[in-house]
Structures are given as C-alpha cells and as structure tokens.
Design a protein around this ligand. Structure first.
Ligand code: NAP
Length: 472
C-alpha cells in the first residue's frame, strides 16, 4: 500500500505505548483533528489504564482522580482500542510496531526514581518515595514491598508534591484514610503504624519550595498530626528575601506566607503525630549497621549561580536525626525501552519537539514520537500534559503531511490481536477494564469505601473472566 495513510480505506494507525495522562491527551488530540481518519491502539503493561492517576495520585486526592472521566470518554470513541497487560519489549516489540503502525507514541512516563548519592542509601529502611507511593496505591509490582512502620521517626527528603503526599499519608488517621481508595493492605499497615515524627527536609529555603499551595495547606489541616516549623526556619536569608520582593510568582509568595503562619502556631499537644519541616537542610549520610538508624544532616546556605538561580551549598554545621525510615523524594526518572533511543543523563527518550531522535547524530527516527515525562522529564501536574501532547501530535501531523511515516506491512488491529493471541498474551480490552472498574467499586461499596482495588494481575484477570462468565 503506497497511498498516504489517513483515509477510511487506509486509516492512519497509531500505537500509543502507555495509558497515563500524556497518552490519553495524545489520543484526544488525534481524535480531534479533522484531516485524517485515525485508528488508535493504546498499550499498557498493566491490566489497568490511567498510569499515575491510578498508581501515583494520592488516595486522599480523589478530586484529581476524577480526570479519568475525560479519559473514559476518549476511550469510548470507536477509533480507540486499549490493550492492557501487554508489555512493550516482550509481548509486543519495537519490530512488531513497525509492522502494524504508521506512527508510534511513547507515553511511558518515568518509572523509577532519582538517587541521593550519599552513603547508606542502600540500607534496609531507606526507600524511594516512588515505591511507597506505588505500594499504597495498590500497584501490582509493589504490593508485596515492606515498609517498617514500627519505627517512630521517618525522614522524607525533598519538598516537592510527592514528598508532601508521602508525609501526609504517613501522618493521616485511619478515619481519614478509610474514606479513600488506598490499597487495603496499606490501610491496615498504616493503621498499625508507629510512626509519630516525620521529618521533611528541603535542601533550599521556603521561597524555593517545589510544593504547591494546596499541598502545603493540607499539612496544616490534619486530624491527628500537626506541622512544626521553627521560627528561624522561615527567617529568610537576604537572597531569598530579595527574590520574594521582586517576584510575581504567586505560588512562592503564598508558600512563604503559609509557612510563616505555621511557624507562629502554638504547639497542639492533642495531636499524636508531628510533621517537622527543616529548610536549608540536606542529608549527607544515612547511618546504620544493618538498617537505617539515623540520618546525618548538614545546614546549607544559598548562593546565586551564574544563571541567577539560588542554589544550596553545605556549611560546616552538621547534626544527626534519629530515624528508622528514609524516603527519598527527589524526583522520578525514566527507564530505557528496548529498541528505542535513550538519553541516560536526563532519563528521557531524546527528542526534538516530540520527534524521537538518535542521540549522536540528532537524526529523527521516522514515525516515532514522545509525550509526557519520558519526553520532557518528571515535571508539571496532570494538566501540563495536555498541551505537551497536543504539540507532539501537531508535529506528527506535519510529518504525515510531508509523507514521513512508517510503512507497515500489516496495518490492522486484527493482525495485532492475532499476534497477541499467538503469544498467549491475556490482554485486557477497555470493556474488560470497565468490568474490573465496576468490580472494584462494588467491592468497596460493600464495606463502605469508594473502591477496593485488586492489586495482583492474576486476580484482576480472573475477576474479569468470572464477571464475563456471569454476564454471558
Ligand atoms: P519535584 O516537584 O521536582 O520536587 C523534587 C524535590 O526534590 C525538590 O524539592 C528538589 O529540590 C528536591 N531535590 C532534588 N534533588 C535533591 C537532592 N539531591 N537532595 C535534596 N533534595 C533534592 O518532584 P516530585 O515531588 O517528584 O513531583 C514530580 C511532579 O509531579 C511535580 O511537577 C509535582 O508538582 C507533580 N505532582 C503533583 C501533585 C499534585 O498536584 N498534588 C502530586 C504529586 C506530584 P530543589 O528544588 O532544590 O531542586
């Protein structure tokens, strides 16, 4: 077939790898354009769609999760198919995609975490925040992870929104958590938790905090936990004060106001847990023989670098915090996909405006594109992905207009399904997911919770099969 794809006889076939927000926004942009007839096949390694909306967004942030209603509408369009439980690289390979699609979009996000690079980081009890988040959200890969919540003190390193989520979930009461869709085993473990002090360490000052206003406000409104910030922590250094006096960034201005208000609060002895925030503080060593026993920290000062950015620099003041758990929350990181270029230093797929490129030559890889965190790194909120995905789709359509696309030999969903069948892949369709979604909600309803997640892949697949048999 040589005619340009995008007609009803020869639809443009696009594979999207990953079913998180960026993948769905790319699908939406493809559905909204009017020039080409498009068929979209979306793949995910999990049986469940929505990526970090299911596995990352904190369970007590149910309003944020309601964005899935938008994705649901996208998925219900006739030109969209979902293939869950299909792993890229094994169940479907890069070569397979070239056989079946005109264009491929990688929307795989950032599946691992950044490290601190300090001694003791590998000790038992030191964890990436990303693993804790995936655990309490019922991600099948992490549901059997163990976190020693018999410890009384935990240290969270970093002051982004993920750090806020981790500190908050550790500090929430049972009453607060039971109303959410937190995984049942995590609810039980947190209910039995002994953690009473949660230290949160920011390497820079209050005016440089990465968290946003609603997230820091929430820490001051918890049922069983108070936030403790020493008055000297919010005494701004001259560089931060100068920045704040001249910035229009409402987020930073408001963050500092909220933090100052916390610093002025009277202690509340009625609350059994404390979130203790330290700024201008970095861990330099995690101390322990067999497991984490303490964290050595250093006081930082700020300096202005050559780009005018305020950066932290260690002073010689160190001290030790006793704590048995450490969660490093210093950013997510992408992982390489088999057969796809990867930029190791940034943890992304190298690209120019969303077109995948070969690192050394900067040459574009025909027909392959990226969206979301694997395109730009792990920054921004869910909504940031919408314009980002639209930009990539615009580039894809430009390329198509210039007849730049893959030349698949078997451009059909039937061929893909046959291939998956031959490989014995138990793939999950969108209709299957809808059944699972219903099952989880019914399970929740039966015990007065919004949802009771299934967190093992086999359980999910069996539950879908059983419901199909019942409904047949
Ligand atoms: P983030 O916002 O980039 O925050 C990372 C934090 O780690 C920053 O405080 C950073 O400090 C610190 N950090 C980095 N390297 C460090 C080091 N070596 N030592 C000490 N601290 C270090 O990342 P994130 O919290 O993982 O969140 C990722 C994205 O998801 C963000 O855009 C976030 O807003 C979003 N998100 C949103 C929500 C929500 O809307 N509720 C919830 C979760 C996540 P510096 O600033 O000094 O680099």
């Amino acid at each position: 077939m040589t005619a340009k794809p995008g007609t009803s006889d020869n639809p443009l076939r696009v594979a999207i790898i990953g079913s998180g927000p960026s993948g769905f926004y790319a699908a939406e942009a493809l559905q909204k354009q009017k020039d080409y007839v498009v068929e979209i096949d979306m793949f995910d390694r999990l049986p469940t769609p929505y990526g970090l909306v299911r596995g990352g967004v904190a369970p007590d942030h149910d309003k944020i999760k309601s964005v899935t209603k938008v994705y649901d509408r996208i998925a219900q369009k006739p030109n969209f198919r979902f293939y869950g439980n299909v792993e890229f690289g094994t169940d479907i390979t890069h070569d397979d995609l070239l056989q079946h699609y005109h264009q491929v979009i990688y929307a795989v996000g950032a599946q691992t975490d950044r490290k601190l690079g300090i001694p003791g980081e590998e000790l038992l009890g030191s964890h990436p925040a990303t693993e804790f988040v995936a655990w309490y959200n019922g991600h099948p890969d992490y549901r059997d992870y163990e976190f020693d919540l018999t410890q009384e003190a935990a240290v969270v390193v970093g002051i982004g929104n993920v750090a806020m989520d981790v500190a908050r979930i550790l500090a929430r009461s049972y009453n607060e958590l039971v109303k959410t869709d937190i995984a049942d085993y995590a609810l039980e473990a947190l209910n039995n938790s002994n953690v009473k002090r949660i230290y949160v360490l920011g390497r820079r000052g209050p005016a440089q905090a990465a968290f946003t206003n609603p997230e820091i406000k929430e820490l001051g409104e918890m049922e069983e936990s108070e936030i403790i910030i020493g008055p000297d922590e919010v005494d701004l250094d001259p560089l931060s004060q100068e920045y704040l006096d001249n910035t229009d960034d409402r987020k930073d201005i408001r963050n500092v106001e909220i933090l100052k208000e916390y610093a002025a609060r009277e202690p509340d002895a009625s609350k059994p847990k404390q979130i203790i925030m330290h700024f201008l503080t970095s861990p330099v060593e995690i101390i322990g023989t067999d497991r984490v026993e303490a964290v050595k920290i250093v006081k930082n000062e700020l300096y202005k670098n050559e780009k005018g950015v305020l950066r932290p620099r260690a002073t010689d003041q160190t001290r030790t915090i006793e704590a048995g758990l450490v969660f490093r929350s210093v950013g997510y990181r992408g992982v390489p996909l088999p057969g796809v270029p990867f930029r190791e230093d940034w943890g992304i797929i190298p690209n120019e405006d969303g077109r995948v490129i070969i690192m050394d030559t900067k040459e574009a890889v025909i027909g392959e594109y990226v969206v979301g965190w694997i395109k730009r790194g792990p920054s921004g909120v869910i909504g940031t992905n919408k314009p980002d995905s639209q930009d990539t789709v615009r580039i894809m359509l430009d390329d198509l207009g210039n007849d730049i696309h893959l030349k698949p030999t078997e451009p059909s969903s039937d061929a893909v399904e046959k291939l998956l069948g031959e490989r014995n892949v138990r793939y999950v369709s969108y209709e299957d997911w809808q059944l699972l979604d219903k099952i989880e909600q019914e399970r929740g309803e039966a015990i007065g919770r919004p949802r009771l997640k299934l967190s093992r892949v086999d359980e999910m697949l069996d539950a879908i099969e059983e419901r199909k048999r019942q409904e047949a």
